[in-house]
Design a protein around this ligand. Sequence first.
Ligand code: OAD
Length: 268
Amino acid sequence: MRRPLRRRHLNAAVQSLAAAQALVRAVRGRPGGLCVLTGAGMSAESGIPTFRDALTGLWARFDPAELASEDGFRADPQRVWDWYAERREAARAAEPNAGHHALARFARRWPGTLALVTQNVDDLHQRAGNTDAVRLHGDLLADRWLQACPRRRDCSPDAAVPGRPPRCGECGNPLRPGVVWFGEELPPQALEAARQAAEACALMLVVGTSGAVWPAAGLVGLARRRGAQVLIVNPAASEIDDEAHLVLRGTAARMLPPLLLDDTVLGS
Ligand code: OAD
């Protein structure tokens, strides 16, 4: 009884990969034709935990109000600084996975086609070669002052006195990680670039995001309303599955190389 069921399931998966490959094939060489939005699942196979996966996600174990908000930082700057210091170490130790590499190879092979927009604050897309990825939620490895210096416009974070967190030796202003926290605006230039990419693309590929955080999640609906095909790669259901024309149930490292018709996988 079980075997035929399994075979039917496998056939369905293979067919959707073929359909998805056809969508990718159609936009290759088309300027701005492919917009890719990535989330934490993109880096999961590099060993960096996601936020909302049950048990393993960071927000299953830690309270984002305490660790990812300005109020939380002001309440306990040392705890928040130390938490990000651990995440920085983990990000530096991680390596781009096969999914990151497939995206970078696609960009090299089809210059101008890919606009990569990421919610991730690690630098794995950049280290794989997508140095122009739009970073919606900032950069985990960068520092910035908690407050703009009221006296000097060019007050560099490099001048901070070491500590947990490092601080300005004159006024005590602490450094904070260069990520976007809850309740904060996204970097306006990054958001504008992401919106333009979503509006212009013919195919919006969404990889490894729960679609729970806005305005990033809204880019998918924006692309669809402008006529783009929407393709999701995720091993589990997401909040934006309804926006998709096609959903591939698989992980980033396994699905992206064949999906992007990567020569190193297909041998063509
Ligand atoms: P989430 O943790 O909300 O969602 C991760 C998604 O990745 C889930 O849908 C998983 O099913 C999927 N996933 C898990 N493993 C995967 C794999 N190997 N391949 C592909 N997908 C996989 O992460 P985001 O959607 O990125 O904000 O979260 C959005 C924002 O919320 C983050 O940028 C972060 C967080 O608070 C900031 O840091 C500002």
